[in-house]
Design a protein around this ligand. Structure first.
Ligand code: FES
Ligand code: FES
Length: 150
């Protein structure tokens, strides 16, 4: 079935089954491999993108639910004011270890700061609680979000 989806400001025509997860469309059809597959069950956050500015798990978002929504991925988040600040803070704080979870972490953190420019520790913990990091970078993530918020 044909769909037209808008990703990072560009409209793409794709032909996939309607229940195909957005994650597979991004990675396998459009070749945007910055968004990662972790669990496939909305449990780890590795696949987080923005759908109309809201952090969403692309592994459980069927393509026929996306409609005309604006999708933003890790490939473009650095071009947004908040995303640029988050990525700079990530580098300054040397947040990344293996890196596998980090595109999802950055997408969740960017959505948080876009909606709440001065989050408290509990705001940060609540917003980031669905993003799992096997390398345990949680403390540096929190510090980087605070830096980006200053
Ligand atoms: S891969 Fe989507 S939440 Fe884990
Ligand atoms: S940096 Fe390795 S899983 Fe998070």
């Amino acid at each position: 079935m044909a769909f037209a989806i808008k990703v990072n400001g560009t409209t793409h025509s794709i032909d996939v089954d309607g229940d195909t997860p957005l994650l597979w469309v991004l990675r396998d059809v459009l070749g945007m491999t910055g968004t990662k597959f972790g669990c496939g069950k909305a449990l780890c956050g590795a696949c987080t993108v923005h759908i109309d500015g809201v952090a969403a798990r692309s592994c459980v978002a069927p393509i026929d639910s996306v409609g005309t929504a604006e999708i933003t991925t890790i490939e473009a988040i650095g071009a947004t004011p908040v995303g640029g600040k988050i990525q700079k803070a990530w580098l300054d704080r040397e947040v990344v270890q293996c890196g596998y979870c980090q595109s999802g972490q950055i997408m969740s953190a960017s959505a948080l700061l876009a909606s709440n420019p001065h989050p408290t520790d509990s705001d940060i913990d609540a917003a980031m609680s669905g993003n799992i990091c096997r390398c345990g970078t949680y403390l540096r993530i929190r510090e980087a979000i605070k830096q980006a918020a200053r």
